[in-house]
Design a protein around this ligand. Sequence first.
Ligand code: HEC
Length: 156
Amino acid sequence: MKRKKQRKHSDPAKQFRDKQQKVLAMGIGVVGLIVLVWWAADSFLGDDTVDVTVPELSRVASAGKTAFDANCAQCHGDNAAGSESGPPLVHDIYNPGHHGDAAFYAAAKRGVRQHHWSYGNMPAQPQLSDEEMAAIIRYVRELQVANGITYKPHNM
Ligand code: HEC
């Protein structure tokens, strides 16, 4: 028994394995820390995207979704949840009392100067007809309602 124990302690292969395990554990710890810091930074700094519940859409809103996906989603994200290039439109700031439908038509016609966020300016989207815009607005409003964003009087 005694001899065996001694041998175990002085076994260089085992010592090497122990060391390897320690290094591995440390490595996992460091990677874990990096992931944690990255995740925390991402959720406290830059990321404004929201979780959007998609309701059953009306016919007009479905047409609006198609136009939205082709013209707006690259910045405002799938389901208007936001992306790295633009804010979510399913957001209290864009409730109909603060940004009525006219603000949407104006955004498409003239673009938007950066003022609420820090994504830069929104370029005009003149390729969209008023009819397509009406469908897009309907789509965004149906998403808003399904996510608890309803008319609030604007008092800012
Ligand atoms: C190239 C990126 C980009 C595209 C494409 C884009 N937007 Fe935007 N949009 C933005 C950014 C960025 C803002 C936020 C500006 C701010 O308030 O700082 C914005 C703001 C808006 C606003 C708020 C306007 C206001 O008065 O504050 C509306 C409404 C809007 N977008 C609708 C749309 C719709 C609808 C489409 C598609 C037809 C679209 N956007 C396409 C980037 C984009």
